[in-house]
Design a protein around this ligand. Sequence first.
Ligand SMILES: CC(=O)N[C@H]1[C@@H](OP(=O)(O)OP(=O)(O)OC[C@H]2O[C@@H](n3ccc(=O)[nH]c3=O)[C@H](O)[C@@H]2O)O[C@H](CO)[C@@H](O)[C@@H]1O
Ligand SMILES: C=C(OP(=O)(O)O)C(=O)O
Length: 426
Amino acid sequence: MDVYKIIGGNRLKGTVKISGAKNSAVALIPASILANSPVTIGGIPEISDAFTLKALLEEIGGEVVFENGQMTIDPRNMMPIPLPNGNVKKLRASYYLMGAMLGRFKKAVIGLPGGCFLGPRPIDQHIKGFEALGATVTNEHGAIYLRAEELRGAKIYLDVASVGATINIMLAAVRAKGRTIIENAAKEPEIIDVATLLTNMGANIKGAGTSVIRIEGVDELHGTNHVIIPDRIEAATFMIMAAALGDGVTIDNIIPLHLEAVTAKLREMGVKVEEGEESIFIPKTDILQAVDVKTLVYPGFPTDVQQPLSVLMTQAIGASKITETIYTSRFKHIDELRRMNANARVEGNTAIILGPTKLHGSKVRATDLRAGAALVLAGLLAEGETEIHDIYHIERGYSHFVEKLRSLGADIWKESITASALERAE
Ligand SMILES: CC(=O)N[C@H]1[C@@H](OP(=O)(O)OP(=O)(O)OC[C@H]2O[C@@H](n3ccc(=O)[nH]c3=O)[C@H](O)[C@@H]2O)O[C@H](CO)[C@@H](O)[C@@H]1O
Ligand SMILES: C=C(OP(=O)(O)O)C(=O)O
């Protein structure tokens, strides 16, 4: 069992290069299923979600080479092999195999996805979309069975502006007959990235990044080359770390526009954020002020960033408040932070954090991906040693996290501990 160990107190300084976006990568890789020749995607982050999807594509007959951040997928020999269990449970985005396989083969069997548990994460809007396109969808013993004689374009209004449903419907609709209109579509940058790849494969998509997406189905999609967008959530995580402990940190290879809500909130806290064309510089921050923040769909403040931000709030003067509007249960990290002496409590969908507080090193558990990133920051700030368990959550989404932090000066390392040491820790 691997853990992260951290000795807190070191300042961070230097430049960190942000990897390709997890939430794009996990959709772009399945999108390649739709092509009739190889697709090459540059900038794929070396995260376990990408390796799991590679394995899933190989299970259905794909030939996949993943080297130096570039993934080449040859989808020609893929077959609609059922995937009711196994790797599909290891990540959330395995649900994109539904849309992509339905688009190409008009059938698929995919187990219900895994991913971070943040409260119930239904996929009813994905299914509503597939049914509107003409598919019959059933849930048998935890696996979704999809089948269609043919896919026909349709008008689909999403009850919630879901990232996953928007992309999944796009993946199926590019191969449907006629026009599909997705209304109340999600507008996250990753949706534009997927639409760009599909367009370069020969699809006809208009309006990605707005709330109405129009798709004219085509008979065939071909291979292409694509370079992924940078990970705005990884970038935000490092911005927050730089604000907490930085003596001048440059966050490089980013699109500053994608980070506007985060930048604005950090400035409100007293952080100086100097934007370049493809980078952000954060000088040393002297005093942090408490703020209130509400998570919203893009371009609002991202839910995926509120957990790391909560740790910065422990260092700010006064009472900060986070209102979580996307998920019902995304505050499990608050209990872990309390073990580290944070003065924080949860009331319904709100977390209240009082600061400034000196954090203490402790043994804690990464309950989910961004909870894990939050605990890493807490460990970097804390007095003494912190040991973080269940880091497999963190490694689903942060590429070379330990190496990047060490290059900035952090005292963090990964260690294998035995089962008995683990029992003592729990
Ligand atoms: C792999 C990936 O891209 N994950 C991201 C994606 O997750 P994911 O695509 O799962 O998130 P959604 O945008 O679909 O979910 C947003 C909200 O809609 C609800 N909902 C969603 C679908 C549905 O069919 N029915 C329904 O009720 C969800 O429970 C949640 O409350 O967007 C989230 C919101 O920005 C991010 O936190 C995740 O990092
Ligand atoms: C919730 C997240 O991921 P996933 O949807 O893959 O579980 C996340 O990236 O913060």
